[in-house]
Ligand binder design. Sequence first.
Ligand code: ARG
Ligand code: ASP
Length: 705
Amino acid sequence: MWLPTLLKAIEGDMRTEGMVISAEDIYSLNQGSLKDAVVLFGGGCTAEVVSTQGLILTNHHCGHSFIQQHSSMEHNYLRDGFSAPTLADELPSPGLSATFIVRMEDVTDRMQAAFTMGMGETERGEAANKLGNEIAREVPPGPGVKAVVRPFNYGNSWYLIVSETFNDVRMVCAPPGDIGKFGGDTDNWMWPRHTGDFSMFRIYASPDNQPAAFSAANVPYTPKHSLPIAIDGAVPGEFAMIFGFPGRTQRYLPSVAVAQVMDVIDPLRIEMRTASLNVINAAMLENEQAKLQYASKQARIANGWKKWQGEVRGLKELDAVVVKQEQEREFAARAAGNPLYEAVPGELVRLYGEMLPYESARELFVELVYMGPEFLRFAQGYRKLIEEHAELRKENKLQGELDHLRTGAQGYFKNYIPEVDRKIFKAVLPVYRKHAQAGLAPGELTVLDKRHGNWDRYADAVFDKSIFTSPDRLYKALDHFSPSVAKRMAKDPAWRLVQALSNNYSEQVRPRLGVLSDSLDAAMRTWSGGLMELFPEKTWWPDANSTLRLSYGKVEGAEPRDGIIYKPFTTLEGVMEKYDPANPEFEVPQKLFNLYRAKDYGPYAHNGTMPVCFLSSLHTTGGNSGSPVLNGRGELIGLNFDRTWESTMSDILFDPAKCRNISVDIRYVLFIIDKYLGAKHLVEEMNLVSAGEELPHLIDLPLHR
Ligand code: ARG
Ligand code: ASP
């Protein structure tokens, strides 16, 4: 996961592997380069610019919540797909943003001035903030421009990152769910894969091409670069690279921490989520309404749930703890007599050991309040009203707050079934209690109140009495809000429970966790710095941290386990093989079947068949979804959207022999847009290039047609 500013150093290697363009074509400060076609989509995905009019491609699962936002039982775009026939039909998507990286600059040397020997971690953090902000303030302001200085490698190096964010992003098209999410959770994290995981949006800018809040006067954004599309697709064995915003890797974890992930943290999260998922899956099978309402939530919960299972298995298969222990033994040998590094391995064991109960408590809290039943978190949103209503009234802000809460409640209840939430609460409660440690969980959840007799009855009592679990009760309270209603809200059992959980977390868990993770950061900084210094024969790159990275490899399959070969491509034949009318995850739209029967593939087929997904050996992680996968000429061959199950441990330990990322083939994307959605004009808006053509050098391509 290379930093794009450092590619000059590995340009030779990349060329040997088959890259045709130059490092300057990928990242340049002087002219439009590949980086100008890559955006951070919303908070956690990647998208790429594919036309001179701001058209961007990302995954269906990245656009999912926006597609859902625009969907209703009458216009069910999640189910049926969507395409805007004209610009005027493109759907504004409030809350969605697209961020470009303007430049990145290594400011490590300057930042060193902030630090002195023996500085405590808190002090160090404050000093880094202060100087970082000063450096960032040197960047001239502009619409949508943000400058931050961020640590890499636990603060061994620092980068200034200047970005530009657009907030008017509109939905252009999406395939039907049976294509965009084909295979659902059964196929998630798996190969062979047949998912058309893409959706399309457009960035809008002010008439002078600057970032601007949504306005009818805005126009399609003219990018500095847009990706050419390789109409011939990916070729097995060829050079490939991926450019995007990987979220988080933990490649420097010591053996003790890896063991904790495998034996404690992952199993705990899996168990909590299994409880919720059992309830949600059953509800979604039962009725169409629930299926629509819970689709996004279910996917969010199930995704991590399945990934962690693969991660535990993969780490076991790689003997990760032993591998790490060997590294630590070698480290100890090389560090012997070196006062800076000698003590670190022991220090890490001690710190991680102390941290575990607090880390577990944090996971439990997050899984219960943020991933479990929803009413707790919903109630939490009423803090201001409950605690500050008198002040709000004095300042004439009460009505505003009530209106704001009502709008929020309408959105919330749109996708909410009280009886489902009640069952989730009842299902996760025993798991929470089983793992909760006295003191690190609120008393209410460790000792049963005599009135209730058992935990189910306790859950019912909370649920039946709370106003936050019933739209009727809640709207009534908002309609007739008064100091006495506020008093009742303050006694509401859901409010009290979430208060107790939050207070317990912020008083008993977070402070200690903060102190320990400060010490841990310091130790990890020394540890990772030590690894780099003492093992110069190895290549080191900083862990992913949601900043722009590039990784390269090949379009290739794998032999992930004994007796199993993964071929690099799947085709539409495979979609038909998986078709199962009895299983909603494997339905095939009639229209797709007709196109298949008629072999009506337009110019997108290869040897008479329709490629769907492909594998490559690129190191990716969460956040890389939607990232462009490019060939050696910098042309788009696919959109990354997943990894195989045997790769999910790559966040901690990457194995080039096993780890493969999964992309949807760009030819399938074009085929669905053109032949299925009937939006040929969108394909025509893109710049399709053929390998047979004599291509001008990338940076000589006209950027603005
Ligand atoms: N596993 C992929 C990722 O982590 C895809 C998730 C969306 N797909 C799904 N079936 N839930 O984001
Ligand atoms: N599916 C992931 C994402 O959404 C990518 C991955 O974890 O491989 O970013």
